[in-house]
Design a protein around this ligand. Sequence first.
Ligand code: IMP
Length: 386
Amino acid sequence: MVKVVVGLQWGDEGKGKLIDFLCRDMDIVARFQGGANAGHTVVWQGNEIAFHHIPSGIIHNHITGILGPGMVVDIPVLLDEIRYLKELGISVDGRLKIDWRTHVVRADHKEEDAKDKLVGTTKRGIGPAYRDKYGRKGLRIVDIFYPQYVDHLPKELLDHYIKYHDALSPYVCDTVQLLHDAINEGKSILAEGAQGTFLDVGFGTYPYVTASHTIAGGACIGLGISPKAITEVIGVFKAYTTRVGNGPLPTELEPELESSLRERGKEYGATTRRPRRCGWLDLYWLKFAVKLNGVDKLAITKLDVLTGLPEIKVAIGYKEELPFITDDAHPIYVSLKGWNTDIRGVKRYSELPLNAKRYLKFIEDTLEVPIKWISTGPERDAIILR
Ligand code: IMP
């Protein structure tokens, strides 16, 4: 059984928390794309842990965590992450696996990315690392282990990375074989997407996107598993919209409302701490995201952040018909009534105020997919399972 969890907006949908919840019934969690640009935050024993490379599910000590071949890994940052988890009492030894084929984000990739002015990247070297992968001059983990077989890189460059051989060696293996064996043995696998649908390099708001395929199809490419192996796709979205970095956000709020929502939702980037831009929920493009990913079940997060708003708007279409997302298009909004009852930490659907239920129903009716999980706060157990 392979479940894929993907973000349906511009990342930061709260995937980390849902994954943490789902992991209770999983054996393996595998990341299939991206690198240290991701920031999945989980609140664990009073500590707010931000995961960058390592799948957040690793905090459950029965879980094997995989960094799949579709990722790009910043080795010193990864080693720091492993150390940091150890200090918190979470040992990943024997449970963390990195694929041979995974590409390396090099220091020069980060230097180049630091000069980006257009996209507003996380400056983690992601774009240059993927460019070199596709340009056939990337450095892979396997190249550090078998330098004598490398034809495509200068020796000095390889020599610089060989120092990581010993530190990486406990973790490196063929994760494709591992996953195929697990599938055959009937184990439960969760493919953890990073970023979100509209940051996908092919289907997002190009060029204001990341450099990998963030949609569910990316799980096959990024893990080396067949599309036939995927049994369920879960789409996660926030009760409103946020994005960090540049690019269109047609439902962006006027400054006053935006900053009050940002404060209430603590909308600051987990990786870069940049303030996130905030907008109303865009059901028109969310519906497209549902289609692209083949979403079977939905999870909505941060519903509690909307409490106290007298009116909640949702975009259901655009005045202009344009085949891409642009700030030049004018959203058509439907206005729904808000609620005042504090719902933070609510664990039962029946305890939600009527207008919150109406909001959820409107979303389900428009997207034609059931909402199975409703997150009502940052705490691990602040979630309604329907
Ligand atoms: P890059 O992935 O660092 O190249 O950045 C490309 C775009 O994706 C920028 O707009 C980033 O802000 C955005 N981005 C990358 N990773 C994340 C994430 O985990 N959450 C939200 N936005 C992200």
